[in-house]
Design a protein around this ligand. Structure first.
Ligand code: SF4
Ligand code: SF4
Length: 142
């Protein structure tokens, strides 16, 4: 899945955000690319980590996984991030913010998906099962 105008996830505060420790939309699991408006939107912190824009794309994008994500947390959150990083919400996060889903249940879903991804990487589960979970719980069109 490639994204256009919106992508970003809330690996920011508040500290009770379900995004902290998730990072599925930064680490290449949910999305393959992040769109930015230009080099200044990409920003110095990501450039310092070696991120390069694919300028031929419209809008320009850079490839995920983002090198700034570690253990589901954005390590440059306190610095400049692309604008889209602050805008994107997956469906799971949106349902929590709208009050349609309890945050504890959402965290449980994230843990299950992270565990499933690990099992896929080990060859103990199929990639299609992971894609189904991402479609169902995150509404990822992948
Ligand atoms: S809950 Fe959704 S928006 Fe937040 S980090 Fe995970 S995938 Fe991204
Ligand atoms: S800059 Fe931070 S929020 Fe944006 S994609 Fe990278 S890790 Fe995620």
């Amino acid at each position: 899945m490639s994204i256009a105008e919106t992508h970003g996830k809330d690996l920011r505060g508040p500290s009770d955000s379900i995004c902290l420790g998730c990072g599925l939309c930064c680490d290449g699991t949910l999305l393959s690319h992040l769109a930015v408006s230009d080099e200044s939107d990409l920003g110095a912190p990501l450039r310092a980590l070696g991120v390069e824009l694919i300028a031929a794309a419209e809008p320009p994008v850079f490839e995920l996984p983002c090198p700034a994500v570690a253990d589901g947390v954005c390590t440059i959150h306190h610095l400049h991030r692309p604008r889209a990083c602050a805008l994107f919400e997956c469906d799971l996060s949106r349902r929590v913010l709208d009050g349609r889903l309890d945050a504890t249940i959402a965290r449980g879903i994230i843990e299950e998906v992270l565990d499933l991804r690990t099992r896929v990487e080990r060859g103990d589960a199929g990639a299609e099962e992971l894609r189904d979970r991402l479609r169902r719980d995150f509404r990822a069109n992948i």
